[in-house]
Design a protein around this ligand. Sequence first.
Ligand code: CAO
Length: 549
Amino acid sequence: MATEIIKVPDLGMDAASVIEVSVKEGDVIAEDDTLIVLESDKASMDVPAPMAGKITKIKVSEGDSLAEGDEILYLEVEGASGGDDKDDKKEESDSPAEDAPAKKETEPKDAEPKKEASSGSKVQQVKVPDIGMDSASIIEINVKPGDTIEEEDAIVVLESDKASMEVPSDVSGEVVSVSVKEGDTVSEGSVLIEVKTSGGGSTEASKEPEPEKQEAPAKADAKESKPKAASEPEAPSLAHAYDDAPVAPSKKVHAGPAVRKLAREFGVDLAYVPGSGPKGRIVKDDVAGWVKKRLQEPAKAAAGAGIPEIPDQDFSKFGEVDIQDLNRIAQITAQNMARNWLNIPHVTQFDEADVTETEAFRQSLKGEMEKRGVKISPLAFIVKACASALIEFPNFNVSLLADGKRRVQKHYVHIGVAVDTPNGLIVPVIRDADKKSIWQIAEEIIDYAKRGRDGKVKADEMKGGCFTVSSLGGLGGTAFTPIVNAPEVAILGVSKNQVKPHWNGKEFVPRTFTPLSLSYDHRAVNGADAAKFATYLCTVLADIRRLVL
Ligand code: CAO
């Protein structure tokens, strides 16, 4: 065992701040594990371990400014030679800094040699400057032929597995051609673009390269051409989060190359990801957390609703509490309700159906119900009436497509019935309700209610509804505003029958009324149609002989 002193390698920049210490004393690390992340105003860079070992001492902390050769940490390694001063000296010479190519004092290859213009405009090549690494990939190209660029405008973003950086132009003018494409691997001296500079002056250069002169530009020029910090924020686009193509941050962000790479893999625009690291730096967990959150609320994100969350509070401050898990049905119901409520412009049309005769007829069936062992509740009539109304008003039997330009017209009539179960609300579907008798519908409602209580309604039985009926008639209430069960476009709420005095033209007579609350998606259905639909329901429920007409 011996101790190696790990030092800052050639960074391709004068100094940089430690923005993340990725390891701690006692950690056992492998070769190439990230030790620290450095950032200057020009680039951010992971500093990898040159060898495996156990960290015995960390010599830097966040915020420190480091330059090439500064000590980062001590590493206990197998078979290395000693840890005393003498050996340290030897190790200094073996350090990554020493192994790396000597830092160039002049950095010549960022642009073509500059030459007096003989006349008019000239075309000048802009090349990859000294980037402090052998090669890097082009991950973003910010210019295209025809663009007018200024000196210092970012041309491309480069990334290796250790650093990402922008390459600025060192000339102003019009981009004539772009010599690279995303994914290309480039190194110092690779031509990026050709720029037509405006005529005259010493900033112009001939298009033809003059190799011997490429080696000797002024150091100051080269320095200006080094990678620079990310560009000014542009208008961020939420669409970035959903594009299949990898994205680059739409504004300046504080993140290391590994995090940027991860973000591109997920198609995440880092401009939207809040950073939890030092000084708001975005770390990998932030990207993962952001992706997870967005996946959980796709509808909200797609609509750009941006509804602020209701923050959790510590209720135990106010009294005794316990935290209970929501079961799966409750979680799905909550999600669907919120999604439907936020996406659908709801309107509720209220009406009252005079069901006096229908109720009398239903009561007259009591004996037959007993004989058949099937109880017909008012709901069975209502479901049948709704099936008939969907045929009469097919624009209620549609689903809107997400593109906002088309709708699906259904030629079947499946009616969902909201059923309250011990586990929560479910909506099993009565298929082809228009073709079924009221006895069959009543039987199915009873069966679903029973199996719903036992948790035995199958997932398939809850799919494919065209319209939902939610009856609270057995419970009470005068009216309510049910939430449309998307992708359906309407839902009927049924409240408890009420016997009310009704003016028949001569006198007040007692009549039985069923309160109806028809909520609809105002994108699919207009108010007049809703009024007609509700009126039709009232007419049919008042005289169910109309169902056979
Ligand atoms: N007015 C007056 N009485 C009514 C009525 C109405 N509109 N609708 C039903 N009733 C009566 C029934 O006739 C029955 O009376 P009896 O016990 O005297 O026979 C009693 O109320 C109970 O009916 P029910 O609830 O057993 O039967 P149903 O067919 O009306 O409803 C079901 C079945 C499964 C839909 C119902 O039990 C249920 O779960 N309802 C809750 C739905 C719900 O939670 N909706 C809200 C969803 S969130 O928007």
